[in-house]
Design a protein around this ligand. Structure first.
Ligand code: UGA
Length: 431
């Protein structure tokens, strides 16, 4: 099939490349010419393991194109995928201006019947709005499909090529076969429903995963007080198939461009129809509090933080990405700076993105975990990068001025710690 994908962020680029990889002819569109120039050289504007190889392979095979000419891409395609951003507005609602503009541009460019498929995360009812916008700009016929995306940054290609399920929302049964054919190259588990339910499945799924994380974080906080170990509790809970073991890793809370944005948007969506989503409001509140647990543990161990050097390991919101959007590290570093601490920052790949957002004389930018630790009164681990799991903890204890390690992601085992001589704090586990 011939596809145009509007937007080359995580969702658009990864979906476009994976559709091409499965034999479709795909034209990816972005209005930012520098991104198109990079992509045409098989360089990715986003950090995602494996993406550049896949771009290069499909460019060479002639199945993949990149352009800033939206109208031409639409005219040469049967299906147009909308994958532009829907960032949060100040009140938590999703900003739909980019997707509405994209729909208007698609409508103006249409030269015949098209299927318009939305992959961006959009509030319930948005696809109907998009239909209205398209109809304002074209007299030609079209259909709308909601196909929310469930890929995770850092494992986006694998998630797209081998998804747990594909959700399709449509209001014209005649499209079912085309949509199943397009997606069954990835999986047989294709659930077809109405458009509003498909839109809701995306928000409900992200909200549920965020709820699991905040739930286990609260259990962790209680474990600390009653002398239980949250990792054992999560293992034991996860063995029950009804609960499942994933997303039960206690830590400093969730970040990223999805959970914080989508939980707030769902609270707003409910509020707009006079429903208070009390459970989800608490999930968000617990997540915010959890970030500051690190700072409380530092104070507990070191007392006052003014003038105290503290190493920070990990700035990205999770490993295998350079994304720092809503990363817990942003607020934690800011709080430490406000307390007068000297923060020595290290991340394997997110340093540049962090530098663009945060700058302060109290920051020391480091080029290795050891440099961030040397002479510091403590190290706080904020992202569970593989690199940190391999650090020699005996050497770490000797580099630190005071041998304090605060592990915000529970990556070290008791055995590793015991022989290290470190004063170790983790989340919801006995020290
Ligand atoms: C999330 C969803 O997992 C995807 O299914 C969805 O497609 C995506 O949002 C989206 O809406 O686009 P992502 O934000 O890339 O994906 O990352 P996750 O792997 O879900 O992690 C989110 C945050 O939760 C990270 O900060 C991570 O450290 C944290 N987390 C995750 C925990 O604290 N504990 C866990 O057990 C799991």
């Amino acid at each position: 099939m011939k596809l145009a994908v509007i937007g080359t962020g995580y969702v658009g680029l990864v979906s476009g490349v994976c559709f091409a990889h499965k034999g479709n002819e795909v034209i990816c569109v972005d209005l930012e010419q520098y991104k198109i120039d990079m992509l045409n050289r098989a360089e990715s504007p986003i950090y995602e393991p494996g993406i550049e190889d896949l771009i290069s392979l499909n460019l060479e095979a002639g199945r993949l194109e990149f352009t800033s000419d939206l109208a031409d891409a639409v005219r040469r395609s049967d299906i147009v995928i909308l994958a532009v951003g829907t960032p949060s507005l100040a009140n938590g609602e999703a900003n739909l201006s980019y997707i509405e503009q994209a729909a208007a541009d698609v409508g103006k460019a249409m030269n015949g019947y098209k299927i318009i498929m939305t992959k961006s995360t959009v509030p319930v009812g948005t696809n109907e709005k998009i239909k209205g916008v398209l109809a304002q700009h074209t007299n030609l016929s079209f259909d709308i499909v909601s196909a929310p995306e469930f890929l995770r940054e850092g494992s986006a290609i694998n998630d797209t090529l081998h998804p747990d399920r594909v959700i399709i929302g449509l209001d014209n049964e005649g499209l079912r076969e085309t949509m199943v054919t397009l997606h069954q190259v990835f999986t047989d588990k294709i659930y077809v429903t109405d458009i509003r339910s498909a839109e809701m499945i995306k928000y409900a799924s992200n909200a549920f995963l965020a709820t699991k994380i905040s739930f286990i974080n609260e259990i962790a906080n209680i474990c600390e007080k009653v002398g239980a170990d949250v990792t054992c509790v999560a293992d034991g809970m996860g063995m029950d198939k009804r609960i499942g073991s994933s997303f039960l890793q206690a830590g400093i809370g969730y970040g990223g461009s999805c959970f914080p944005k989508d939980t707030n948007a769902l609270i707003q969506i409910a509020g707009n129809v006079d429903y208070e989503f009390k459970l989800l409001k608490s999930v968000v509140e617990v997540n915010t509090d959890q970030r500051f647990m690190i700072v409380s543990k530092l104070r507990e161990s070191l007392g006052q933080l003014h003038g105290v050097p503290i190493g920070i390991w990990g700035l990205a919101f999770k490993p295998n990405t350079d994304d720092i959007r809503e990363a817990p590290a942003l607020e934690i570093v800011e709080t430490l700076i406000q307390a007068g601490a000297i923060v020595k920052l290290y991340d394997p790949i997110a340093m540049n993105k962090f530098k663009e957002r945060v700058d302060h004389p109290n920051i020391v930018w480091c080029s290795s975990p050891q440099q961030a630790a040397e002479g510091s009164d403590a190290v706080c681990l904020l992202t569970d990068w593989e690199e940190f799991k391999k650090v020699d903890l005996v050497q770490l204890a000797s580099l630190l001025h005071k041998p304090v390690l605060i592990d915000g992601r529970n990556i070290f085992t008791e055995d590793q710690i015991q022989s290290s001589g470190l004063e170790y704090y983790s989340v919801g586990r006995p020290r």
